[in-house]
Design a protein around this ligand. Structure first.
Ligand code: PGA
Length: 247
């Protein structure tokens, strides 16, 4: 039995003033039984967010594979642990597109994060052109194979399926599209990792909102959500957490 997990990704949004939202989200997360909740603000807000988190897991949106060294602008897993981050998102499509991250780089980041005991959310997802060409399942299962570490790590690994065309667009994948892809990802995980592949949580991401969350959580192999825009305020995020708690 996999517990639902709902993760907010603030992307490059938020300031110290908006931390009041985190306190409100933390209170609601505590009240929602049977669901894990986490929030990933920008690096600058991790430490102050942890101070207000009241047990809510706080994480980062990226990590460098190396421990330390000459990597201007980067942050390591050890640094994240020092400020009590508990998780990290790697391979988000915005990073794959903007920073040109490859599957191999995403895998190296995931390995470093897991080795440090951070829960690690590895993102995968196809473009609209790839879906139109009927290549979506091959693209995504290929990313799963290329981006995920094998095993032997301390942290928990999670996969997030985020069709690029559904991110920030208001276009949500249909339950049938999501079911097809989550089943394919589950198959790839089992093939690759054996029995452990059945325990890894698979999140859906892409325009998840209060009004579509319940329908998505009802799809087999949807173990939660990675939420962008609707995680910025407690008013929008808390109903998604509550929908997860009802499943
Ligand atoms: P969205 O973003 O919910 O704003 O579509 C999801 C994500 O990119 O994680």
């Amino acid at each position: 039995m996999r517990r639902k997990l709902v993760v907010g990704n603030w992307k490059m949004n938020g300031n110290l003033h908006q931390l009041a939202e985190i306190a409100e989200i933390a209170a609601a997360a505590k009240a929602a039984a049977g669901v894990d909740v986490a929030l990933c603000p920008p690096f600058t807000l991790i430490a102050p967010a942890v101070a207000r988190s009241n047990g809510l897991a706080i994480g980062a949106q990226d990590v460098h594979p190396a421990e330390s060294g000459a990597h201007t602008g980067a942050v390591s897993a050890a640094m994240l642990k020092e400020v009590h981050a508990q998780l990290v998102i790697v391979g988000h499509s915005e990073r794959r597109a903007e920073a040109g991250e490859t599957d191999a780089q995403v895998r190296a980041k995931a390995e470093a994060a897991l080795a440090r005991g951070l829960q690690t959310i590895v993102c995968v997802g196809e473009s609209e052109a790839e879906r139109e060409a009927g290549r979506h399942v091959d693209v995504v299962t290929g990313q799963v194979k290329g981006s995920l570490p094998d095993d032997g790590h301390e942290g928990e690994m999670v996969v997030a399926y985020e069709p690029i065309w559904a991110i920030g667009t208001g276009k949500v994948a249909t339950p049938a599209d999501v079911a097809e892809m989550h089943a394919a990802i589950r198959g790839a995980l089992r093939e690759r990792l054996g029995e452990r592949g059945g325990r890894i949580r698979i999140l859906y991401g892409g325009s998840v909102k209060a009004d579509n969350a319940a329908e998505l959580f009802a799809v087999p192999d949807v173990d939660g959500a990675l939420v962008g825009g609707a995680s910025l305020t407690a008013a929008q995020f808390v109903p998604i957490v509550e929908a997860a708690a009802r499943h």
